[in-house]
Design a protein around this ligand. Structure first.
Ligand code: HEC
Length: 260
């Protein structure tokens, strides 16, 4: 009897240990933040999205692609068509072999300025080139990342602000950085955000926390640009159901009015 109790306790402790180990492999849970897109009245803050685009373009886009986005989509977050055109014209995309079938001598594509109808320019020609430049790790495409990671924007924000000195005795591999929120605690992405590294057009102070918040909001938009329509439709449907219920109730009262 005693040995059974002992075995049960021991088993429990072992299971607890396994759970602890599992959560260490997952990284720390991201704190829950408030976003303007939360709840039934969720909406985008265009000024925040524009700042987020600035962070994406000036920092993240040197390593990450966002291949679901076209330059023309920038008019959704408050840029005029002329501004979006100018942004596009500042980037170059592969022109494809020209009419004569020419590429550069080394086989690399001839480039041309981007148009509104182009996808955002990618930083690397392919995944191998991306890995070669990033210590063997592949920077994932960011267009759908808030949907692809548990915790969504909370996780992205935590990751971007979660770089710390590794605790004593932590074995950090060469070229890796310690991050409290990344599974396994070491990540091949060097801390991308540096205080004041960019200047926002609207004069907002570019602290690390501010840039992390703005770019995370931008990535909520890139993953679901039609979020506002979805939420508005939800409210309309709720209002309709309410009116419909009232009508049905009135009808029921009328039909049964003579039955006593
Ligand atoms: C110097 C290149 C570089 C820059 C700049 C950079 N990243 Fe990364 N990023 C990487 C690499 C490499 C990885 C893959 C890390 C790994 O797998 O260890 C990564 C991974 C990520 C991930 C995925 C983490 C996960 O859970 O898998 C996110 C999200 C991310 N980066 C967001 C950003 C954002 C947002 C910015 C801009 C503020 C940015 N990155 C700037 C190189 C970069």
């Amino acid at each position: 009897m005693k040995t059974q109790v002992l075995a049960a306790i021991l088993g429990g402790l072992l299971a607890f240990g396994a759970i602890q180990a599992a959560s260490a492999a997952e990284g720390q849970a991201a704190p829950k933040l408030k976003w303007t897109t939360d709840g039934v009245t969720g909406h985008f803050d265009r000024a925040e999205l524009k700042r987020g685009w600035t962070v994406y373009k000036q920092v993240c886009a040197s390593c990450h692609s966002a291949h679901q986005l076209y330059y023309r989509n920038l008019t959704d977050i408050g840029f005029s068509e002329a501004e979006a055109k100018a942004i596009a014209a500042g980037d170059s995309v592969p022109a494809g072999p020209n009419e004569a079938g020419e590429t550069h001598v080394d086989g690399s594509p001839i480039m041309r300025p981007a148009l509104l109808s182009d996808k955002l320019a990618a930083p690397y020609a392919n995944a191998n080139a991306a890995r070669a430049a990033n210590n063997g790790a592949l920077p994932p495409d960011l267009s759908l990342i808030t949907k692809a990671r548990k915790g969504g924007a909370d996780y992205i924000h935590a990751l971007l602000t979660g770089y710390k000195e590794p605790p004593a005795g932590f074995q950090l591999q060469q070229g890796m950085a310690f991050n409290a929120y990344f599974p396994g605690f070491q990540i091949a992405m060097p801390a991308p955000l540096v205080e004041g590294a960019i200047s926002f057009d609207d004069g907002t102070n570019a602290t690390v926390a501010q840039m992390a918040r703005d770019v995370s909001a931008f990535l909520i938009w890139s993953a679901e640009p039609e979020l506002e329509d979805r939420k508005r439709m939800g409210i309309k449907i709720l209002a309709f159901l309410l009116v419909f219920t009232a009508l049905l109730y009135a009808l029921k009262r009328k039909i049964w009015a003579d039955v006593h």
